[in-house]
Design a binder for this molecule. Structure first.
Ligand SMILES: CCCCCCCCCCCCCCCCCCCCCCCCCCCC(=O)SCCNC(=O)CCNC(=O)[C@H](O)C(C)(C)COP(=O)(O)OP(=O)(O)OC[C@H]1O[C@@H](n2cnc3c(N)ncnc32)[C@H](O)[C@@H]1OP(=O)(O)O
Ligand SMILES: NC(=O)C1=CN([C@@H]2O[C@H](COP(=O)(O)OP(=O)(O)OC[C@H]3O[C@@H](n4cnc5c(N)ncnc54)[C@H](OP(=O)(O)O)[C@@H]3O)[C@@H](O)[C@H]2O)C=CC1
Length: 515
């Protein structure tokens, strides 16, 4: 019997960010392994014209929840969606709901965050710092609370090269930042943002670091732990391999490469690609919840959920496996044949951006205009290049994360728990994982049917022929222009033609003699 699963039975669990990528997988695993838990409270905001109930219904009817519904058909009865907006004061939770949450919650998993790299500082602080502080305040009023698990990121301290499982202070106190966001106007905030984030690449990593400081400062009377995942990718094993439902991290780039938009990327092939499957993160998080509640460590423990030091893989190897998988399972209606290379300096990056990204987009838009359609490729390409520029920081550097606490926790688990809540990334076969990841992107993100593969191959063959035709035509045009303008080009042309003629004459003569 799994001790962790048994621990969650009968418990009331509060999850923030349950509609997000990680939150969904966390909720699914909890309900599948501990169907006897009392209730899962999820803080949800109405969004995109959908009510709370519609959002929850959509999640529970997704492919991700198919397996849990086999075990526990009335899974929806275990979930209680509470209307809440983490950007609002007191999260805009009704009095009755708040009362219930405060009096019943045993465990809190705080996953909600803004993970956008381009968020303005005010919004990123509101969600990643102020909301964390408010949630901790709520938690301190929960008499039955056994553990509070905060999800941070391994990149919160990406300005350092070696990162230990400790909280590193930021130069300005989070409380001061929170206060200043209340009275500074947007223009001033934009001006001071680069100074505040310092050598971090974006507001996301900075505000996640501030969030950790808040956790540390409020941790006095609470039993808290922090989990720091690196780049979270599709599921490795559970509930099935390759599940993914958003474009963050590598997923968007896999689509862009598979559809032939992304042909080169500025990346360091030998840099460690610290990817971690989402089910591994969730297993560790649940194990941390159990350990923190049962063993009540004296200080706030931080757990790195990373792969680099236990089972390293680099971007070069991953990229090649991504491309190899496109050969086996091509994506439908590609813009160009998938081919991508890593560039390593400014000059080649600009050159390939012009030749492989912008020029084809302009030519395609010209074709769309000619055929009476609205041009859209240049806009899309600009957006892709902007996205890539924001991710480049992470694919051109390597970090070392120590994992003593994570390894200690692994050794504390029973063999059954090590199996059911497996977070031992040493067992991961990267090539198999990447292949399943690409397949998952095709199936669950692009919603493409496997039956469409022959047609996709046919389409790629057509693109290859168009490519050859285009290159030949381009060559002839350039050559024709050269001949018209330069005596030297004419001489070279005359030489090649006469050489070919002589070769053919000799070949014909020798074959006549043989006959
Ligand atoms: C040896 C040589 C080998 C040769 C082999 C060569 C092979 C080469 C390549 C092969 C294929 C690639 C394989 C892997 C390559 C490397 C991948 C590296 C990824 C690394 C990521 C690391 C980041 C992790 C750091 C920290 C981890 C965390 O803690 S946080 C979680 C991560 N957060 C994010 O990823 C958020 C990023 N997103 C954003 O910040 C924003 O979305 C944005 C700024 C990127 C865009 O904002 P914008 O307002 O413009 O638009 P938005 O409304 O959000 O979306 C616009 C359209 O763009 C689509 N979109 C969104 N995100 C992405 C994305 N990540 N990639 C691509 N597209 C994206 C979005 O859907 C919108 O589309 P439309 O609706 O169609 O307009
Ligand atoms: N994905 C990754 O690569 C990594 C993620 N992390 C961390 O993991 C955690 C989860 O990330 P992930 O699941 O990928 O992120 P997602 O963007 O998929 O999910 C974010 C969640 O936060 C919720 N949320 C955002 N704003 C509000 C709000 N104002 N009120 C209520 N809820 C809100 C979202 O709700 P809604 O659906 O309504 O928008 C969503 O459920 C985050 O803390 C992140 O920092 C750490 C390392 C890597």
């Amino acid at each position: 019997m799994s001790m962790i699963a048994a621990f969650y039975s009968g418990k009331s669990i509060l999850i923030t960010g349950a509609t997000g990528f990680m939150g969904k997988v966390l909720m699914e695993k909890l309900l599948r392994t501990s169907p006897d838990l009392k209730v899962v409270y999820i803080l949800v905001r109405p969004k995109a014209g959908q009510t709370l109930q519609q959002r929850v219904f959509q999640i529970l009817n997704s492919k991700l929840f198919e397996k849990v519904k086999e075990f526990c058909p009335n899974v929806h009865e275990k979930i209680r969606a509470v209307s809440a907006d983490l950007n609002q004061n007191d999260f805009a939770i009704s009095k009755e709901d708040l009362q219930e949450l405060l009096s019943c919650t045993n465990i809190v998993f705080h996953c909600a965050a803004t993970v956008r790299f381009d968020d303005n500082l005010r919004h990123a602080v509101q969600l990643n710092v102020t909301a964390t502080q408010q949630l901790l305040l709520m938690a301190s009023q929960m008499p039955k609370l056994e553990a509070f698990i905060h999800i941070s990121t391994a990149f919160a301290n990406c300005n350092l090269k070696h990162i230990d499982e400790v909280i590193y202070p930021c130069s300005v106190e989070p409380k001061k930042i929170i206060d200043s966001m209340e009275w500074l106007d947007d223009a001033i905030i934009d001006e001071i943002t680069p100074k505040l984030i310092g050598d971090r690449p974006n507001t996301y990593t900075y505000t996640k670091a501030l969030g950790e400081m808040v956790v540390q400062q409020e941790s006095e009377n609470l039993n808290i732990a922090i989990v720091r995942p690196s780049i979270v990718g599709a599921t490795w094993q559970e509930p099935f391999p390759g599940w993914v439902d958003n474009l963050n991290g590598p997923s968007g780039l896999i689509i862009a490469a598979g559809k032939g938009f992304l042909r080169s990327i500025r990346a360091t092939p030998m840099a460690v690609a610290d990817l971690i499957p989402v089910d591994t993160v969730v297993n560790l998080t649940l194990a941390v919840g159990w350990y923190t509640a049962v063993h009540r460590p004296k200080s706030t423990l931080i757990y790195h959920c990373t792969s680099g030091n236990l089972n390293p893989c680099n971007w070069g190897k991953m990229g090649l496996q991504v491309l190899a998988t496109f050969e086996k399972v091509p994506f439908e209606r590609a813009f160009r044949r998938p081919y991508a290379d890593f560039t390593t300096n400014n000059f080649t990056t600009h050159y390939w951006n012009a030749v492989s990204h912008r020029a084809p987009a302009i030519i395609y838009d010209f074709y769309l205009r000619l055929t009476g359609r609205k041009p859209r490729m240049t806009k899309l390409m600009n957006r892709l290049l902007r996205t890539i520029s924001m991710l480049e920081y992470f694919i051109n550097r390597s970090w070392e994360w120590s994992t003593y606490n994570t390894e200690m926790l692994m050794s504390e688990l029973s063999p059954e728990d090590q199996r059911v809540f497996n977070f031992d990334v040493r067992q991961l076969n990267w090539l198999e994982y990447i292949e399943n990841y690409v397949l998952g992107v095709k199936k669950y993100l692009l919603k493409e049917d496997m039956a469409g593969i022959p047609e996709a191959r046919q389409h790629l063959r057509r693109l290859r022929n168009i490519h050859y035709l285009f290159n030949t035509a381009l060559f002839l045009i350039v050559w024709r222009l050269l001949i018209a303008r330069s005596q030297m080009a004419r001489n070279v042309w005359f030489f090649i033609v006469s050489f070919c003629y002589k070769f053919l004459s000799y070949f014909r003569a020798s074959s006549t003699l043989k006959a």
